[in-house]
Write a protein that binds this ligand. Structure first.
Ligand SMILES: Cc1cc2nc3c(=O)[nH]c(=O)nc-3n(C[C@H](O)[C@H](O)[C@H](O)COP(=O)(O)OP(=O)(O)OC[C@H]3O[C@@H](n4cnc5c(N)ncnc54)[C@H](O)[C@@H]3O)c2cc1C
Length: 331
């Protein structure tokens, strides 16, 4: 079957574009290499005999809403009960509360609840890695690691830009030099995240977030106090870009050992179990000044994601929104 549009990536950008297309009667297929829907909006659960099951948001912790188009979607999510307002600020490592009057929102049960909801009506294939594509007979043939082929008229790449460029290279597609340079200049910071199951209550006050001091730790969430659906005290610890770069090749155990004293100092809890996740492309540090890019050579390809309109959930939404509407305007 040929769909009108094939989207690589079930993150906020891909899901937004897919919903807009689907709602306008344009057939769309979404492929994502990850097991869970949502890309960098990610939630994980694991257990320990002493604490029971912990649930951890371990990518985006919350999102802000400035764009009116995003606000309409978020208002609907609030109305149907999948999103809550979280907070206008958090404490820092000195214990001072920093309020900046910017509303921050979260998934009511967890962050992934939002992307699962967005995916509910879509033709979506997780654990499906796109390996290359070629333009033949006025359509894209999109090949996956498990040797399936998907056919479509339009291709949307929402993977982090270096991954999209690697796919183009593998496919033998050369972009014009302006676009190639623009995309090649986008850089991302890595982020190593430690998820820890803990005994006892943390000293982090409600609503459960703490800004780090930027040395080793950049952020801590007490997911229990955040109010997501977790039985156990579950900490998500984001490390700074410098720590992440310097310790990228270290084992999980070594990373844990480097952080444990500081975590105890900041939260007062004892860790009984942990997991580590390494985001190579956590957030872009330089942004392209358009909400998406497009080429029609050899066939229509749209490039989107948070590198195009802001290194955050809202930026990915805006990019996906504009791509969806750009494709609609060609029908
Ligand atoms: C640790 C961390 C903390 C963050 N905190 C915040 C925060 O508090 N607030 C905020 O607003 N933002 C935050 N962000 C940023 C936010 O998560 C992102 O800006 C946003 O989710 C990006 O969405 P996206 O759709 O552009 O990309 P992604 O979510 O990365 O989606 C791209 C998808 O493409 C898939 N993909 C890549 N290559 C292939 C392939 N070959 N085949 C198939 N699929 C492929 C990937 O699996 C991925 O799911 C954070 C990010 C991280 C990592």
């Amino acid at each position: 079957m040929i769909s009108d549009c094939l989207i690589v990536g079930s993150g906020m950008c891909g899901l937004t574009a897919a919903n807009i297309l689907h709602d306008n009667g344009i057939s769309v297929t979404v492929l994502d290499k990850g097991r869970g829907i949502g890309g960098r909006i990610a939630t994980r659960r694991f257990s320990h005999e002493m604490t029971g099951e912990g649930v951890f948001d371990y990518g985006a912790q919350y999102f802000t809403v400035r764009d009116e188009r995003f606000k309409k979607w978020v208002d609907k999510w609030i109305e149907i009960g999948i999103v809550n307002k979280w907070s206008e600020g958090f404490i820092n490592t000195e214990g001072d509360l920093k309020i900046d009057n910017k509303d921050r929102y979260i998934g009511r049960e967890n962050m992934r609840q939002i992307t699962k909801y967005m995916a509910k009506d879509l033709d979506l294939h997780q654990s499906t890695k796109v390996t290359k594509f070629n333009w033949e007979d006025d359509r894209w043939n999109v090949l996956t690691e498990d040797e399936n082929v998907f056919y479509s008229k339009n291709l949307v790449l929402t993977s982090p830009v270096p991954q999209s460029l690697a796919l183009l290279k593998e496919s033998g597609i050369n972009l014009d030099s302006d676009l190639q340079n623009k995309l090649q200049n986008v850089e991302y910071e890595p982020c190593i995240v430690l998820m820890a199951l803990c005994e006892g209550e943390t000293t982090i006050p409600k609503p459960g977030g703490m800004w780090g001091n930027g040395k080793q730790i950049s952020w801590i969430t007490d997911n229990f106090k955040k109010g997501i659906k977790t039985d156990a005290v579950s900490l998500t610890v984001h490390t700074s870009a410098t720590f992440s770069k310097n310790n990228w090749d270290e084992s999980n155990e070594s990373i844990y050992k480097k952080l444990i004293d500081e975590i105890f100092e900041l939260t007062g809890v004892k860790i009984v179990g942990y997991q580590v996740h390494k985001w190579l492309y956590s957030q872009p540090v330089n942004i392209i000044d358009s909400t998406f890019e497009f080429t029609e050579n050899p066939g229509p390809i749209y490039f989107g994601g948070d590198a195009f309109s802001g290194p955050r959930v809202e930026g990915a939404f805006v990019s996906g929104f504009d791509i969806g509407n750009a494709i609609i305007s060609t029908y």
